[in-house]
Every structure is written in C-alpha cells, then in structure tokens.
Design a protein around this ligand. Structure first.
Ligand SMILES: [Zn+2]
Length: 145
C-alpha cells in the first residue's frame, strides 16, 4: 500500500524496506528482527505492542513524506544514496560500467552515475534530483537564502 512512499523515502536517503506480499505476522516479525519502525496505514497494526510504528494518515504522497520527515526527522543518508527500487546503498560507477544500462543520450551527456549492486539499475542525478527538488521544495517550508 505504501510502495510509492517507500521509493520516495529511499530517494531522500531513508533506509526504507518494503514488504509487498508480507502478511501482518511477517511484517511484525521483520520490523522487530531488524529494529525497524513500521510505517503503515493499518490502525490495528500500528497499535500493536512492542512495536515502533507510525500510522500514516494521508492518502497523498506529499503529505505522507511530510509526516515521515516530521515524525522521524531528517534521513540518515544523503539524497540518492539508496536504490529507490530495492533499497540497496548505491555505489559510484564509471561511465563505461553503465553504458549498456542507460539510454544513449543520457550516457553521452551525464558523467555522474551510480549503480545498484543488487538489482544493477543505473542512476544519474538529472531526472531524479529534479523530481525530488520539484516535489519536496514546497514541503520543506524553508526557502534558499
Ligand atoms: Zn536496486
């Protein structure tokens, strides 16, 4: 249910695991085993004892991100430090290493590439950074001075 939120939190630098098909039991077990804070829209689940949980209130992505930032504080890592698809920390990659993995026009123009060592997706600052800034600028409530 919160898959989009998980992707955005990763882009921001949060360590956000996402369990697509897990049932409640598996979610609770994993949250406890990995000492994670469970983000859920399920009121019953959020109220379980012995669990750190945040009940996500809004259905709108921007408000969900804002609630997480407000509740948990700033992310532990910089933006674009985790793979938005699978949450693995990204590694710096040479242009040669990503040649087969990015569109030719991107490969010609970009020099700063990162690679996910788990799912092998390649990332570059252009579009992702712009999307983050466009979406989150109105959220932060503080202008550049
Ligand atoms: Zn990945």
């Amino acid at each position: 249910m919160l898959g989009r939120l998980a992707r955005w939190l990763r882009l921001l630098g949060y360590d956000a695991a996402y369990a697509r098909d897990a049932d409640d039991y598996e979610l609770l077990r994993r949250a406890r085993a990995e000492a994670r804070i469970l983000l859920t829209r399920d009121r019953r689940l959020a109220a379980r004892r012995g669990l750190q949980a945040v009940l996500i209130l809004s259905e709108r992505l921007e408000e969900q991100v804002r609630q997480v930032q407000h509740t948990l504080g700033p992310p532990p890592g910089p933006p674009l430090s985790r793979c938005p698809a699978c949450n693995t920390p990204l590694i710096a990659a040479t242009r040669a290493a990503v040649r087969e993995r990015v569109p030719p026009y991107v490969w010609r123009r970009q020099t700063d590439f990162r690679l996910c060592p788990a799912c092998h997706r390649a990332y570059w600052p252009g579009t992702h950074v712009q999307r983050i800034q466009a979406t989150l600028a109105p959220l932060s409530g503080e202008g550049e001075t």
